[in-house]
Design a protein around this ligand. Structure first.
Ligand code: SF4
Ligand code: SF4
Ligand code: FES
Length: 265
């Protein structure tokens, strides 16, 4: 293989799959530094798998392993690069000579409130989180976010009283806390945004009429007999039912497919 092809091949191997690090024969290893100590790890692994390969065992700082729970924020620097990088250990692939440390928890104050009793208004958020106005718009939070959330934008929206916009911008937040770790104004951004999303979900966004209809159907007992018969089936019967169920074709246009049996729709 030519040098260029070799290089291209190595850079395209960016995804580690599966839950275990099973090393192919002859796999290349690279040096990384975890909390200052050097380890040789396979180059295709995520930080999380590389640390496990090196002997670390995650009792904290690991949850879903799928980039959703926010338990595994990691900060790192690369050799010869002044920049501080941020990522999720379960999603970020190791690079040669990266220096990393995990920040599985970062202290951030969370206001106490009863969502059933609060007034869904910007003033409520301002009263619960007055530090919102300490934001100096440095944008460090946005740069630190491993989910690409425009953190400064949702903070600005909340300062302006726009709860809906803040809820929308912060939707992808996974509560990892990296934004708070970098904040010059010492804000707990993600807790503030969570309050905005809760308010929006409970009081502001239009009710989903189809959901209301379905809840009423459940409460009326429409599904009771069907659930009863499922509960009485054997494992084999359930498996057969599952395998033979009507399935939407993979490529059908939205709304174009309907099952033949519509009694529970
Ligand atoms: S907004 Fe903050 S807490 Fe949420 S994902 Fe981004 S860095 Fe993590
Ligand atoms: S890091 Fe803090 S001070 Fe800086 S823009 Fe974000 S919220 Fe504002
Ligand atoms: S373990 Fe859940 S986001 Fe990494």
């Amino acid at each position: 293989m030519s040098k260029a092809a070799e290089c291209k091949c190595a850079s395209s191997r960016q995804v580690a799959t599966g839950d275990r690090a099973i090393l192919p024969e002859g796999a290349k290893t690279i040096p990384i530094y975890v909390m200052g100590k050097k380890y040789e790890v396979p180059e295709t692994l995520t930080i999380m798998k590389a640390m496990e390969f090196a002997g670390f065992k995650f009792l904290r700082g690991c949850g879903c392993r799928g980039g959703i729970c926010g338990a595994c924020p990691t900060v790192y620097r690369k050799e010869g690069d002044y920049k501080l990088y941020f990522g999720l250990a379960c999603q970020t692939v190791v690079e040669p000579n990266m220096y990393l440390a995990q920040i599985p928890f970062y202290p951030a104050n969370r206001a106490v409130y009863d969502i059933e009793k609060i007034e869904p208004a910007a003033e409520t958020i301002h009263a619960l989180y007055p530090e919102l106005f300490r934001c100096v718009a440095c944008n460090n939070c946005t740069k630190a976010c491993p989910m690409g959330v425009e953190v400064l934008d949702y903070i600005s929206a909340l300062k302006q009283g726009d709860i809906a916009r803040a809820a929308q911008i912060s939707f992808d937040c996974i509560q990892c806390g990296l934004c708070a770790s970098r904040c010059m104004g010492e804000l707990p951004q993600y807790h503030i945004a969570q309050l905005a999303r809760r308010m929006y979900g409970k009081y502001i966004q239009p009710r989903a009429l189809h959901l209301e209809k379905r809840v009423a159907e459940i409460e009326s007992g429409k599904y009771d007999s069907m659930l009863d018969s499922l509960m009485k089936m054997s494992h084999a019967e359930l498996e057969k039912l599952y395998k033979e169920r009507e399935r939407e074709p993979d490529m059908s246009a939205p709304g174009a497919w309907m099952p033949k049996d519509t009694q529970y729709l």
